[in-house]
Design a protein. Structure first.
Length: 725
């Protein structure tokens, strides 16, 4: 930040007049936090990967690389923790953005936490954000905005409120507080719209605007990319760079990364390469699976290009030297298999458009679109080559295992593969240990503390009538000069997966009923040699430490999705329309209950979900598929599907569905029985996901890829809980 002699004189005069010290803008750095999405520890070049990331590599060479930095294993909790400096449950986002009825699991940032933007704004910082928000359950365009970026301290925002979506046509896209279509945005019309580049371009815009609007003030900017989260979408030129790069398969790439990481000093020679998850020899369609990783690499490459453009903007505006740039990732590589099976029977793009065209002004409202804007259905499954609009898939477990080299597990789990992230710190004026590796552990909770430290902001103790939760993190600033960061322990919990790290010792468990495992990370960061039985006292010490954290940090009850709610929706009658989307808190309580529905559909309805409640563990769904009417239930994950014997009559508009507590299902139109059979039974637990009409947004209840949107319209559904006489 530049400062003239005249400005210095003015500042000194003001200090004298005020009788107190006020830090000038030049003494406080700009701060930019950049985060990648669903990427593994070893993906970027400066952490051992073969993907081209020259701009991140340059930041690492001129800055500091943390080798034991941690996230929370999942997108929503990580973002909540990063923004607030608290463990995610303390901020109200302990799982995802569903409200599970307990303070730690509300799915919304709570008002006893503050964001970095809110805190730094009080210290005179301008605040900007580009990219993925994903810390509120209110992500629909007509939803309340009290937890959107502008309401949580940011002055400028361009990005998506929800967590994932097409890179060619992202859903929940917003500028400031206004929903927009990327094809009818008067402020941004590139030759080819691609969300990663849109995020980068807006970050560059904010940097340049800041220099014009507020050259005398520092700024904080949060750049949250969705690369390389599924779907695998990338520009053709970027994909071409990696053509053939992954033909040798999982084992070869993973071994090469492992050796490279050792040479770079990132891995201790004692740390073994954990077992591989998949065998390349067993892959049936190698060309297709290699293509998935080629596109993944291209997505990371495009993000790196954007980071380069941000750094250039800083240099062009002479703000580079006094800007702290922090780069990290939200969780480990993702082993989810979304889109790796055919959708709706389609295995390739049809030769001609089969669906109505969308207008440029139409808002994209679906995470997984039903179609492209020019009328082609979205296609998925083996043989559907990833990359272009109209495709939608994840890269799969085998490549996620490569991304997390050399560690175990993936996104969701709190073994090292799920929670380890690069952290690059670049600040020419403030970091003199250029090109060094920093091995002491750190965590997302440290980012707020670092920002407060450098900005000289005052973190609030109380606002209005409520106490603000004290910060959990430690400033990373001492590490910038080689000093020790004093802390006792770090903690994790996600979906019942648990861990605590104290010094070199880590205790970790998979699932709420999983056995505790003890590892010495100094000797065995790959978590290959379990020590709990040989060291029972250390195991008990860490178990007790984790339980102390769980009690004070709103973690309990553990995995509350499977616990009774503190309060249940007692409504018995629900009047729903084609846009109804009820959270778990507002959805019908279907535990051991019968359900009766009177449904009115448009005649053109032939494929997709009519109504669904729940997900892959517990839930029920009525849908049309392959010309048949189907009803699915999941009880403890076990799927039962019954279907009509006769093709669905497109003239059918009004039907009655009775789903009895004994599991008997009956669908009628007047006196005609359209579907009858025995389901898996009534719900024995409250479904985790809410209720949607016309799609299934959460985990898929039936044998389809979510959201499996209906191609017609649901006019009305009258739903009644209990036996109807």
């Amino acid at each position: 930040m530049r400062e003239t002699r005249f400005n210095r004189i003015v500042v000194i005069a003001l200090i004298i007049l005020a009788g107190s010290f006020v830090a000038s803008a030049a003494e406080r750095p700009n701060i930019i936090i950049i985060m990648g999405d669903d990427m593994g520890y070893s993906d970027i070049g400066c952490y051992g990967g073969e993907i081209g990331t020259p701009h991140l590599d340059r930041l690492a060479k001129r800055g500091l690389r943390f080798t034991s930095f941690y996230n929370t294993a999942r997108c929503c909790p990580t973002r909540a923790s990063l923004l607030t400096g608290l463990y995610p449950h303390q901020a109200g986002v302990g799982w995802m953005t569903a409200d599970n009825g307990f303070d730690g699991y509300r799915g919304d940032l709570n008002n006893t936490s503050r964001t970095i933007a809110e805190v730094l704004g009080t210290a005179g910082y301008r605040t900007y954000m580009a990219g993925k928000w994903h810390v509120t359950k209110h992500d629909r365009f007509d939803a309340p905005q009290f937890n959107w970026p502008l309401q949580r301290g940011f002055e400028k925002f361009y990005g998506t409120i929800s967590g994932a979506g097409s890179f060619w046509d992202p859903w929940s896209l917003v500028r400031q507080n206004k929903p927009i279509s990327c094809y009818a945005d008067p402020e941004y019309q590139p030759e080819t719209y691609y969300y990663t580049h849109a995020i980068s371009d807006h970050a560059v815009r904010f940097v340049k605007e800041h220099e014009v609007e507020s050259p005398d003030k520092p700024f904080f900017m949060y750049v949250a990319y969705t690369a390389a989260h599924w779907p695998m979408h990338a520009l053709p030129d970027d994909i071409e760079k990696y053509k053939g790069r992954y033909d040798s398969g999982f084992e070869s790439i993973r071994e090469t990364r492992y050796r490279r990481m050792q040479k770079m000093g990132l891995l201790d020679a004692r740390w073994e390469l954990s077992p591989g998850s998949d065998r390349w020899a067993a892959v049936e369609n190698k060309e297709w699976d290699a293509r998935n990783m080629e596109v993944y690499a291209a997505m990371v490459d495009s993000m790196d290009q954007g980071i380069g453009s941000i750094m250039k903007a800083l240099a062009d505006t002479e703000q580079l030297d006094n800007t702290l740039v922090l780069y990290l990732q939200d969780n480990g590589g993702c082993a989810e298999g979304l889109g790796r099976r055919p959708r709706g029977g389609l295995t390739e793009k049809p030769p001609m458009a089969t669906l109505p065209l969308m207008k440029p002004t139409d808002l994209q409202t679906q995470m997984i679109p039903a179609q492209t804007r020019d009328g082609f259905p979205i296609v998925m499954g083996p043989g559907v080559m990833a990359g272009p609009d109209g495709t939608y898939a994840a890269y799969g477990r085998g490549w996620a295992n490569v991304s997390n080299t050399p560690f175990r597990e993936y996104k969701h789990w709190v073994h090292e593969g799920g929670i380890s992230t690069p952290l690059i710190a670049h600040w020419p004026d403030g970091i003199k240990r250029k090109g060094k590796l920093e091995s002491q552990p750190g965590h997302l909770v440290d980012l707020m503390a670092t920002c407060v430290d450098l900005s000289r902001a005052e973190y609030p103790v109380r606002i209005d009538d409520r106490d603000i939760t004290p910060l959990e993190g430690r400033s990373l600033v001492p590490a910038f000069s080689g000093q020790i960061i004093q802390r006792e322990a770090l903690f994790w919990e996600h979906e019942g997966n648990r861990a605590v790290r104290m010094g070199d010792w880590k205790l970790v468990a998979k699932g709420e009923n999983g056995k505790w495992e003890l590892y010495n990370l100094k000797n065995d960061r790959s978590e290959m040699h379990e020590l709990s039985e040989s060291m029972p006292e250390k195991t008990e010490q860490l178990k007790a430490k984790w339980m102390e954290y769980a009690k004070r940090a709103n973690v309990l009850p553990l995995n509350p999705r499977n616990r009774p709610r503190t309060s249940l929706n007692l409504k018995k009658i629900f009047d729903l329309d084609g846009t109804s989307n009820l959270s778990k808190a507002d959805a019908p309580v279907t535990i051991k209950q019968s359900i009766t529905m009177k449904i009115e559909l448009s005649k053109e309805s032939t494929e997709g979900v009519v109504i669904a409640q729940g997900g892959t563990n517990h839930g029920w769904s009525l849908y049309l598929q392959g010309g048949l009417l189907k009803f699915a239930t999941r009880i403890n994950g076990e799927l039962t599907v019954i279907h009509s014997e006769q093709p669905w009559d497109t003239d059918t508009k009004a039907i009655v569905v009775t789903y009895k507590r004994d599991g008997i299902l009956r669908v009628t139109r007047g006196d005609d029985v359209l579907l009858m059979g025995k389901t898996g039974g009534a719900m024995i637990e409250m479904p985790i996901d809410g209720l949607q009409v016309g799609q299934d947004q959460g985990g898929a209840v039936g044998n389809y890829e979510q959201p499996y949107s209906l191609d017609g319209e649901v006019h009305r559904i009258e739903l009644a809980i209990g036996d109807v006489k």
